[in-house]
Design a binder for this molecule. Sequence first.
Ligand SMILES: Cc1cc2nc3c(=O)[nH]c(=O)nc-3n(C[C@H](O)[C@H](O)[C@H](O)COP(=O)(O)OP(=O)(O)OC[C@H]3O[C@@H](n4cnc5c(N)ncnc54)[C@H](O)[C@@H]3O)c2cc1C
Length: 394
Amino acid sequence: MRHDVADVVVIGGGATGASIVWQLARRRVGRVVLVEQDAIAGGGTGWSSALVRQHYTHEELARMALHSLQVFERFDEVVGGDAGFRRTGFLVLVKPEDVETLAANVAMHRRVGIEAEILSPDEVADLEPRIARDDVVAAAWEPRSGYADPVGTTAGFVEAARRNGAEFRVGARVERIVAGPAGVEAVETSGGPIATRTVIVAAGYRTRELVAPLGVDLPITPIRHDIAIVGRTPDFGPPHPVISDRINGSYFRPEGPDMTLIGTTAAHEGHEDPEVEQHREPYAEDVETLVLRFSKRFPRQEEATLRKGYTGVYDCSPDLQPLLGPVREVPGLHVGTGFSGHGFKLSPVVGELIAEQIVTGRTELVDLHFFRPHRFAEGQPIQSSRAYSVGTLG
Ligand SMILES: Cc1cc2nc3c(=O)[nH]c(=O)nc-3n(C[C@H](O)[C@H](O)[C@H](O)COP(=O)(O)OP(=O)(O)OC[C@H]3O[C@@H](n4cnc5c(N)ncnc54)[C@H](O)[C@@H]3O)c2cc1C
């Protein structure tokens, strides 16, 4: 059996792990190895709707989303490769009781440098005349947002990491993280042990089971999320922007030139399901609900045809925010997990922040303490003073 030594081991080859490994490799931290049990982008990442929006209710996340957007916009130059970013604009529709909150959030977005504005119902009609707007009192609009290709993005990070000397063990499963009184000592994989002092676990909801034997409880649950894709009627015209319809609880994203991808806006609308990755068939009633929400917002789309349905997994934390940074109980152990259905767009900035934290012990853009993994054990989950009445936009 081969005996390996690495300066840093990253567990998980989704968008988060791939971004982290690239950011570490370019900082020349020594020998960096990523271990992925399945395929690169085969977990939550590969099934992601990959919306790239900046609308958040926390300033920290808004700053992070803006930073990530700037990477998506110049991905080939900054990372290399094609992230498939499509700028469609992002329209947020909220219930009347959330209009003041919307205005407060957009004011915060503008303060941190995000291009965003509040639209009146007439302005919404000018922008997207095909939607039903009798229930729309106000909306937020971000012209620079859109969506990307999650597999292309992850592949871009992987190739950039390889060019900077990182190594990949794809098809090797991490069975155990070994730690002693001084901290992390090794990871045991199905391909043999790797001795290391630093491990970053970016293994989605499975992060919980990987750190639990070390006495660390991270409250992350796997939640099913069903997606429906419909073919729009031939008379629809050009694609619509990405729409987050917080009134009906769904988002609508163009898929190719003539289809729309539909998902739910509330992270906890799906069911907890540890078997989710073995059963990707969506529940028929969930798909039907999604399609109905689309035709409710686009009334002339009652004859849109269902093309496809599938299920992906959200790694949900109790406050629906990620757990990022060092795990205080085990020196050398770090996590990037709990993204609760909004981690794809954050992957460029999360990689940067975690690598910066490991190399310098601090971060510039936002303080990672905000996302500390032990905030639940302290009874201090993240709370927003600008949260919406339904679901969240983080
Ligand atoms: C249906 C759906 C829609 C979404 N839409 C959006 C969106 O519009 N915008 C957005 O920003 N986010 C969205 N998300 C969320 C986003 O996709 C995720 O937050 C993000 O992709 C998570 O990436 P990750 O790398 O952290 O985790 P994952 O992609 O889940 O990667 C974890 C990896 O760890 C590996 N692993 C686990 N255990 C082990 C082990 N023991 N040994 C080795 N490897 C292991 C897994 O095989 C997996 O490849 C969506 C997610 C889903 C499912």
